[in-house]
Design a protein around this ligand. Structure first.
Ligand code: UDX
Ligand code: UDX
Length: 440
């Protein structure tokens, strides 16, 4: 058991903090956002993540998980300090690591004993080495600080499971002492033989970017195949299934859609391309995946344009605002592009999401948000399905056919049954699933 402080209680920091407590460690979570700490102290969770509330509650009750605003005391009481603050993409597409650096300096100036500083935030390759010298140059006492790279592979919506039962744990460091400490931190996982990758700092950082970029490549690849399927009358689902049956390919991350969003893939692909540039390596494949992703949403818009010639004052329903199902996160959500397009065309928008309305309201306060699917569907001239929430699969098409003004559906996630759409005489567009009567 180790005493740990986690700085940053976002999707990554809070899940990691609660998960590390569940492994038996004594964990204190800090955040610059005092309102967030207050919410946590009241026993509430500041965002939607399935299973997180139970995990937090269990560990708070067991007195292994604490929330605090006392930075200096908490870090001094801990042997390991995790940095999990956000690293958003700036306007030139580069990760902004200023918060990570600021926290690193604060740590250096406040510690009076040796520490391991573990970097959970996704930082450009080379940052951990830079942080190690930055911290050592700002120390006020004669102590040792080892920086460790410990990247996260948490999918929002499945983050609790991904933390507790990971495919692998990656630990990067320039010396042995912190590695032994980190092995203690993750002791239950090491005991149950979760694969562990112990390596140097740049390799650990690269693993994270290479993994996310590879998944992004997979998605862009299948999106392009879907676009081709649209033109030639092939069914991308059958293609993806058959591809996935080849163990070398695997069926995962082969679902076509409006393009990948979220706080990681768009940013991480750009960051990797940038590291390539700085080192005179042209990462053409990643660049193509990123470029392809930027135009995929235009394909969805074209599908809508095909059937709606004039948007002026027409009610267009959007089902799904989150960048994917099972999260309230709208960062880089493709629904943002759709809303912008519809606003610029003077459409009357009605939008619903089971979890992300409040976050989208912060970006578009004037959109007309609805709290049921029916309210979106009623009198709509078209519906766009943007997020793969399960509840949209159950859309009652018979009812929708009766209450919509025009029976047009663009299903950017291929959730609906084409048979049912046919039966109810809808005009329908999917992604890589042409609406042909003889599709069997
Ligand atoms: C994470 C990673 O940290 C990021 O690098 C990765 O690329 C995406 O996932 P996430 O947990 O999703 O970020 O970020 P966010 O939900 O924005 O949470 C960050 C938290 O850190 C916020 O609660 C914020 O208040 C806090 N923070 C930020 C600090 O405590 N101190 C700071 O100086 C800055
Ligand atoms: C990702 C990584 O998967 C995770 O390991 C961690 O590094 C953080 O970043 P996350 O961004 O939460 O997780 O979601 P993920 O499930 O990877 O989806 C990212 C985007 O790709 C979403 O917009 C999703 O809808 C899209 N996607 C995913 C597809 O369009 N098709 C797929 O087959 C899979």
């Amino acid at each position: 058991m180790k005493k740990i402080t986690i700085i940053g209680t976002g999707y990554v920091g809070l899940v990691s903090g609660a998960g590390l407590a569940d492994f038996g460690n004594d964990v204190t979570c800090l955040d610059i956002n005092l309102e967030r700490i207050k919410i946590l102290l009241e026993g509430k969770i500041p965002f939607f993540e399935p299973g997180l509330s139970e995990l937090v509650e269990r560990n708070v009750d067991a007195k292994r998980l604490h929330f605090s605003t006392d930075f200096s005391r908490s870090i001094n009481d801990s042997e390991v300090i995790f940095i999990a603050v956000g690293t958003p993409m700036n306007s030139s597409g580069i990760s902004d690591i200023s918060a990570v650096k600021k926290v690193a300096i604060d740590i250096a100036q406040n510690i009076s004993s040796s520490k391991v500083v573990a970097i959970k935030s996704t930082v450009p390759i080379g940052t951990c080495v830079e942080l190690e010298s930055l911290i050592n140059s700002k120390l006020k006492k004669n102590v040792n600080v080892h920086v460790v790279s410990n990247p996260e592979f948490l999918r929002e919506g499945a983050a609790v499971r991904d933390f507790l039962i990971p495919d692998r744990v990656v630990i990067g460091s320039s010396s042995k002492i912190p590695i032994d400490i980190m092995k203690e931190v993750y002791r239950p996982l090491f005991l149950n033989e979760t694969p562990q990758i112990i390596t140097n700092l740049p390799t650990a950082e690269t693993i994270k970017y290479a993994s996310n970029s590879f998944l992004a490549v997979k998605i862009s690849f299948i999106n392009e195949i879907a676009n081709l399927c649209d033109e030639i009358g092939a069914d991308v689902h059958v293609v993806a299934r058959a591809m996935g049956l080849d163990g070398r390919i695997s069926p995962k991350f082969l679902h076509p859609g409006p393009g990948f969003g979220g706080s990681c893939f768009p940013k991480d692909t750009e960051a990797l391309i940038n590291v390539g540039k700085q080192n005179n390596v042209d990462l053409k494949v990643v660049k193509a995946a990123s470029d392809s992703n930027k135009i995929q949403i235009k394909k969805i818009i074209q599908k809508l344009d095909k059937h709606i010639k004039n948007y002026n004052n027409k009610k267009i329903g959007i089902l799904g605002l989150a960048f994917k199902a099972n999260t309230d996160d709208v960062r880089e959500s493709k629904s943002i592009d759709i809303i912008k397009y519809l606003i610029s065309n003077q459409a009357e928008i009605a939008a619903y999401d089971p979890a992300a309305i409040e976050n989208m309201r912060n970006i578009f306060p004037n959109v007309n948000y609805k709290y049921t699917i029916d309210e979106v569907v009623k009198n709509a001239s078209a519906i766009l399905i943007m997020t793969d929430w399960n509840e949209f699969r159950g859309l009652d098409l018979q009812k929708a056919a009766k209450i919509m003004k025009e029976k047009i559906i663009v299903d950017a996630r291929n959730l609906l049954s084409r048979e049912d759409l046919f039966e109810n005489n809808f005009i329908f567009e999917g992604v890589g699933r042409p609406f042909l009567k003889n599709y069997d």
